[in-house]
Design a protein around this ligand. Structure first.
Ligand SMILES: Nc1ncnc2c1ncn2[C@@H]1O[C@H](COP(=O)(O)OP(=O)(O)OP(=O)(O)O)[C@@H](O)[C@H]1O
Ligand SMILES: [Mg+2]
Length: 284
């Protein structure tokens, strides 16, 4: 019975092979904003080649919150770097608005896990302004106004003129998010942005990110290895197998938020994801 409820709640199915299901969504919606199409990524050193992902494919539509979930080493960060334009695929293609991604650009901004991503000699406001000025997106006055606008959105307008060392870890991450959103990217890429925060702050940041998404409706590609965080933050989740990362399944998670974490349906879905991620391929 529990299994039946679960199947109604989520659409988890192998993407290829005998168990594959057709996805009617694809036939009825406009062209995806981001297309990752059969992408294999490798690191090459003189001694060896490390394959980080193997023929990974997924689509992200405008204003989706798409999550890449998988165990450590399955290639999540590498995929994000490839989408940002820092690593070219050895196989397959990444397209944004139908155009192949070949280099970094202001339409794809990354927020990382580390708190030290803000130059310490710049004030909070200068940090948020910097990419706007460096990319010649806006002149100084407008950049300053836009910086304040997004600092206000993350609740930090009072801290605009302090330096990063005067902020907590969570506040620094809010600045990094404001800096990214101020660029108004086509896709916001986040690589485990809350992983280094304590549990309470992490939950608060997830809540704030969802509130911010409700207001701004940006397109989010979010990396995590926490099943709970994936279900809370994501509207759709790609499950990647252990190294090298392959697509295992896609889960529809828009029904869940921070208030569903204790619920039976949430727990059952988390359990099913755990099985999909860690059981042998034959039993999926
Ligand atoms: N610079 C590098 N040179 C060689 N191999 C690398 C390099 N960076 C990552 N790798 C390898 O590529 C694979 C994927 O790494 P990646 O960092 O993308 O994993 P991840 O899913 O982000 O893991 P985590 O959850 O621990 O952050 C791993 O096997 C890793 O050892
Ligand atoms: Mg990583």
């Amino acid at each position: 019975m529990a299994e039946l409820v679960l199947r109604n709640a989520v659409s988890a199915a192998p993407l290829r092979g005998p168990g594959a299901v057709a996805q009617p969504l694809r036939a009825t919606v406009p062209q995806p904003l981001l297309q990752v199409d059969g992408v294999s990524l490798e690191y090459r050193t003189p001694e060896r080649v490390v394959r980080a992902t193997h023929r990974v494919g997924f689509d992200v539509h405008a204003a989706e919150r798409y999550v890449l979930l998988g165990p450590s080493g399955c290639g999540k960060s590498t995929l994000l770097k490839a989408i940002a334009g820092f690593i070219p695929p050895v196989e397959g293609e990444i397209r944004l608005d139908g155009r192949r991604v070949t280099a970094p650009g202001p339409d794809r901004i990354v927020v990382f896990q580390e708190f030290d991503q803000l130059p310490p000699w710049k004030t909070v406001r200068e940090n948020v302004m910097f990419p706007l000025l460096a990319s010649r997106t806006l002149p100084r006055k407008e950049a300053s106004e836009r910086a304040l606008h997004y600092l206000d959105k993350v609740g930090l307008s009072k801290f605009a003129d302090v330096h990063p060392h005067q902020l907590s870890g969570g506040m620094k991450q809010r600045v990094a998010i404001a800096r990214a959103l101020a660029m108004q990217p086509r896709v916001l890429l986040m690589d485990e942005p809350f992983a280094a925060l304590d549990a309470l702050t992490r939950r608060k940041m997830q809540e704030e990110l969802l509130a911010l998404w409700d207001e701004v409706r940006f397109t989010l590609l979010f990396v995590t290895h926490s099943i709970e965080e994936a279900l809370v933050v994501g509207s759709r989740i790609a499950l990647l197998s252990p190294h090298p990362g392959r697509m295992r399944a896609e889960i529809n998670s828009h029904a869940f938020d921070l208030h569903s974490t204790g619920g039976a349906e949430f727990q059952a879905t988390a359990q099913r994801i755990h099985h999909l991620l860690f059981e042998e391929e034959t039993s999926v």
